[in-house]
Design a protein around this ligand. Structure first.
Ligand code: NDP
Length: 312
C-alpha cells in the first residue's frame, strides 16, 4: 500500500481507504463490519470514512464498535456533518449544528476526536465566516485534527480560505468530491488552481459510481445490488454509461483484471487524489477492489489513452 500526504498537510493516508455509506448497518452487521475493517487494515488501509447521515448514525455506531479492536493512532477516522436530523437546527453548517453534530458523532463513534471532519455540503443559509469559525473552534478544542469540505465549488473553497486568513482561523485542508471514470470534471478541471495554491488534498468517493463501473449493470439490474435496493440511484444508470462500461470491460479483459479494478486503478493515477474511498457490500468485493493498486502500475500512457477514448 502506498501512503500519500493529504495535500500539503503532513498526515499520511493509504491511497485506498474504506467507507461506510449505505453498506454499514444495511448490508454489513457488526461482525461483518469488524471483519471488513480488519481485512482492509491488514492490506494497509489506514483511513476509514463515515458521516453523521450514514444510516441515521448507525454507521458511526458500528464503526465505533469495530474501532475498539484497533490502536487509535494506527487509524485515521473521518466523519461529515450536514444532515443530522429533522429539526430546523439539526441540519446545515450553522455553528450550533456543526458543534452539536460533531459531539453527537463522537459519542456514536465512541472517540475523543476524529482525524478528519468535513462540512458534507455547502450551506447557502449560513454565512461562510460562521462556518469557518465553528470549524476553527472544533479543531482548537481538539475534537478534530483537520477540517475540510465535501462537494463545495472551487469558488466556495477559495472563499473559505480567504475568510480563514482574514480571521486568523485554521483553513480547510481537504475536499471530498465524487471522482470516477464517469464523473471527472470537478477534480480534473474546476479544482485545478486549488491544489497548488492551497495545498488541498482530496479523499474521493464512489470510484465505481455506486457499482456501475464494475460492469455489474451491463445486462440489467441484478437482484440485491445497490441500484436494485436504492431506488433514487437508478436514474444514474443510463444506456450511455452502460456502453462506456462495456468498453472498459474489454480493456480490463486485455489487462487480465476486472472492470472494477481497472476503474479504481485509474482513479489512483491522478496525483491530486490523496485517497480513493472504496465501498464494498461484502469481503469478496473488498478483496477485489484492494487489489486495484497492483493494476495501477500497469496503466501506461497508451492504456490511459484507450481508457479516455472508451469514456469520451
Ligand atoms: P463505489 O462507487 O465503489 O460503490 C460501492 C458499491 O458498489 C458497493 O457497495 C457494492 O454495491 C458495489 N461494488 C463494489 N465493489 C464491487 C465489485 N468489485 N464488484 C461488483 N460490485 C461492487 O463506492 P461508494 O459509492 O460506496 O463510495 C465509497 C465511499 O465514499 C462511501 O462509503 C463513503 O464513505 C464515501 N462517499 C462520500 C460521499 C460524500 O458526499 N462525501 C458520497 C458517497 C460516498 P452492491 O454490492 O450493493 O451492489
Amino acid at each position: 500500500m502506498k501512503y500519500n500526504r493529504l495535500g500539503r498537510a503532513g498526515l499520511k493516508l493509504s491511497e485506498l481507504s474504506f467507507g461506510a455509506w449505505i453498506t454499514f448497518g444495511a448490508q454489513l452487521d457488526v461482525a461483518a463490519v469488524k471483519k471488513s475493517m480488519r481485512l482492509a487494515f491488514e492490506r494497509g488501509v489506514n483511513f476509514f470514512d463515515n458521516a453523521e447521515a450514514y444510516g441515521g448514525g448507525a454507521a458511526e455506531r458500528l464503526m465505533g464498535e469495530a474501532l475498539k479492536d484497533f490502536k487509535r493512532s494506527d487509524v485515521v477516522v473521518s466523519t461529515k456533518i450536514f444532515w443530522g436530523g429533522k429539526g430546523p437546527n439539526d441540519k446545515g453548517l450553522n455553528r450550533k449544528h456543526l458543534i452539536e453534530g460533531t459531539y453527537a458523532a463522537l459519542e456514536r463513534l465512541d472517540l475523543d476526536y476524529v482525524d478528519l471532519l468535513y462540512c458534507h455540503r455547502p450551506d447557502p443559509e449560513t454565512p461562510i465566516d460562521e462556518t469557518v469559525r465553528a470549524m476553527d473552534f472544533l479543531i482548537r478544542a481538539g475534537h478534530a485534527f483537520y477540517w475540510g469540505t465535501s462537494e463545495w465549488s472551487a469558488a466556495e473553497i477559495e472563499r473559505a480560505h480567504e475568510v480563514a486568513r482574514e480571521l486568523g482561523c485554521v483553513p480547510p485542508s481537504m475536499e471530498q468530491p465524487e471522482y470516477n471514470l464517469l464523473h471527472r470534471d470537478r477534480v480534473e478541471k474546476e479544482y485545478l488552481p486549488l491544489y497548488g495554491r492551497f495545498g488541498m488534498g482530496t479523499t474521493t468517493w464512489s470510484p465505481l459510481a455506486s457499482g456501475i463501473l464494475s460492469g455489474k449493470y451491463d445486462h440489467g439490474i441484478p437482484k440485491g445490488s445497490r441500484l436494485d435496493r436504492v431506488e433514487w440511484l437508478r436514474e444514474y444508470l443510463t444506456a450511455e454509461k452502460v456502453e462506456k462500461t462495456r468498453a472498459l470491460g474489454a480493456i480490463a479483459r486485455q489487462l487480465g483484471c476486472t472492470t472494477a479494478q481497472l476503474s479504481i486503478a485509474w482513479c489512483l493515477k491522478n496525483p491530486h487524489v490523496s485517497s480513493v474511498i472504496l465501498g464494498a457490500s461484502n469481503e469478496r468485493q473488498l478483496e477485489e477492489n484492494l487489489a486495484a493498486a497492483e493494476v495501477r502500475d500497469r496503466l501506461d500512457d497508451a492504456l490511459l489513452a484507450e481508457i479516455d477514448a472508451a469514456v469520451r
